[in-house]
Design a protein around this ligand. Structure first.
Ligand SMILES: [Zn+2]
Length: 156
């Protein structure tokens, strides 16, 4: 529906139609941009969620904590448990090891939220492609630096 109100006879019908069309184009562009941003953020969250599962942490004795589903966490991220462990230990400024079941045993009383926060950083730094947010990537060493390789992007 096109309603054209003459304003003091100054705006001709052709001009009004043009203005209304332009307004519609601008609105559509803004809407498309907003949707693109929304879906990008949603895609990022979705991929983070897919690459991660909540760590299950048990207390062992009074001084140790054990991430019992550590093997599963690493498999989901497609990363070597040793690399994930060394990242966690550096961030926690603590010492620890993997036991025979690839459970992560760390010295200190740790809350699951603490481990989860560091794992999220790890996923952002070493798992998810920074360009397309794809979580199925490969970590490789280039010039002594770890690089996230994504098959969905052309590598330069
Ligand atoms: Zn990518």
């Amino acid at each position: 529906m096109l309603a054209v109100r003459p304003v003091g006879g100054k705006i001709r019908i052709a001009d009004s139609t043009y203005l209304i069309k332009m307004a519609a184009v601008n609105y559509q562009q803004a809407y498309a941009q907003r949707m693109a941003q929304l879906s990008r953020t949603q895609r990022e969250h979705e991929n983070e969620r897919r690459a991660m599962s909540p760590p299950r942490v048990l207390r062992e004795g009074t001084k140790k904590s054990v991430v019992v589903n550590f093997k599963d966490l690493c498999e989901r991220m497609h990363r070597q448990p040793e690399h994930v462990m060394s990242y966690l230990l550096a961030e926690l400024n603590s010492t620890g090891s993997l036991d025979g079941h690839q459970r992560f045993v760390v010295n200190g009383k740790l809350a699951p939220k603490t481990i989860e926060g560091i794992l999220k950083q790890y996923v952002d730094n070493y798992v998810i492609c920074e360009y397309c947010k794809n979580p199925n990537t490969v970590l490789s060493k280039q010039d002594n630096k770890l690089v996230v390789n994504c098959e969905k992007d052309v590598q330069s």
